[in-house]
Design a protein around this ligand. Structure first.
Ligand code: F3S
Length: 381
């Protein structure tokens, strides 16, 4: 794939990359091997974003492999979500334009599960949970790109070398002891750690963290405090590469319990929304096992990526969830789709959703771990 370097679109993208380099005093531009583009929901970018992407797609092609974040609807089941034909038509125009440029329409926020990255890879990813996971858990290097700068990198194949591309900005500055004892604690602790004044927290968990906890804690701290990286003692790839911080903070079991109590449901939620970041194979199977003999009494929406449905075992798990009354939507999520606005009080198991749903979708939220959410969904509280 090659971009037309003489086109106006290419010049615009190169100008974006060079301007970012100047603003952040980057030493040079470096090549990236993967791009992830966020901000592709029509809900977020509106007509102005749609027109910009369409115009760009008439003159350029992506130079590097580029995946895209969730859109504003499930592209097959949009009617069931309550999406209007007008929204559908505009969202599809955005997706077609991205495809024309060469994007892979994964429409998922967990590209770290299907992109083969290794420690030290230079990438240009937008989507805060993907950025923090790539930097921290994989050891790849990316700044928190915006949808526009990610597109510019996809077209040029370049990103300015500043911020998280440099060792000095990956050095931890505060150690944080964290105690996680119950399912869901990682998401809540992530909200608290995110608000600690520091750039790169160095987590010292009491017991080894599971992969699902790394995903949840990162997503929450990226949302609540704009973090782009963390280390976990003895676990993440760069934990021992830098000098250890002197400052120590503690997020105790008590802190997390208090937050959980404050966020427990006080009335029956009218939606349980799971999959922020997108639920992956293990979670889908767990939900399906939970509903073996149960029926949901309130709506349950699970968000995941379509590529998972290629797997027979996952398809069967999804069928089971839907037989119990749940809906498993692909290509979209509870935060970037306007569909969530038809509900008033939403129960989530995600620190990121807790942060963004009230602000962006105007709904009230409550929290529980995955199993707690499912219990509420079958009991009706
Ligand atoms: Fe993903 Fe949407 Fe949450 S993009 S991280 S599911 S807000």
């Amino acid at each position: 794939m090659s971009s037309n370097e003489n086109s106006e679109g290419y010049e615009v993208c190169m100008d974006i990359v060079e301007t970012m380099a100047r603003i952040f005093n980057a030493r040079r531009l470096v090549e990236v091997r993967s791009v992830h583009i966020s901000g592709i929901s029509y809900q977020n970018i509106g007509d102005a974003g749609l027109e910009w992407i369409e115009e760009l797609s008439e003159s350029v092609k992506f130079r590097v492999k580029a995946t895209v974040n969730p859109a504003g609807m499930d592209i097959e089941r949009w009617k069931e979500m309550g999406i209007t034909p007008e929204f559908y038509e505009k969202q599809m125009r955005i997706l077609k334009a991205l495809k024309r440029m060469g994007a892979r329409l994964e429409m998922s926020c967990v590209p770290y599960y299907f992109e083969r990255l290794k420690c030290g890879d230079r990438i240009a990813w937008a989507e805060s949970n993907a950025v923090i996971y790539a930097n921290s858990v994989i050891g790849a290097r990316t700044n928190r790109e915006s949808g526009i700068t990610a597109i510019a990198s996809a077209v040029t194949g370049l990103t300015p070398e500043y911020g998280m591309h440099l060792d000095e900005n990956r050095t931890p500055d505060v150690a944080v002891k964290v105690e996680l004892s119950r399912e869901g604690d990682a998401a809540l602790a992530g909200c608290i750690v995110g608000r600690i004044e520091c750039d790169v927290p160095y987590l010292i968990p009491k017991v080894e963290m599971k992969e699902s906890e790394l995903k949840a804690i990162g997503a929450a701290m990226a949302a609540s405090g704009g973090k782009a990286m963390f280390h976990v003692e003895g676990q993440t790839p760069e934990w021992d590469n830098y000098e250890k911080p002197e400052a120590i903070e503690v997020v105790s079991e008590e802190d997390v319990r208090e937050m959980r109590e404050e966020l427990s449901p006080t009335e029956t939620p009218d939606l349980v929304a799971i999959g922020c970041p997108h639920a992956y194979a293990g979670e889908i199977v767990r939900i399906s096992r939970f509903v073996d003999k149960e029926k949901f009494r309130i709506p349950v929406w699970v968000f995941t990526c379509r590529r998972l449905l290629r797997n027979e075992a996952i398809r069967l798990a999804v069928e089971k969830i839907e037989r119990a009354g749940g809906k498993v939507f692909c290509d979209t999520c509870m935060v970037v789709s306007p569909a969530t606005e038809q509900f008033d009080y939403v129960m989530v198991d995600s620190g990121k959703a807790l942060t963004y749903l009230p602000k962006l979708r105007g709904v009230r939220v409550c929290f529980g771990g995955l199993e707690e959410c499912l219990r509420v969904a079958v009991s009706g509280l």
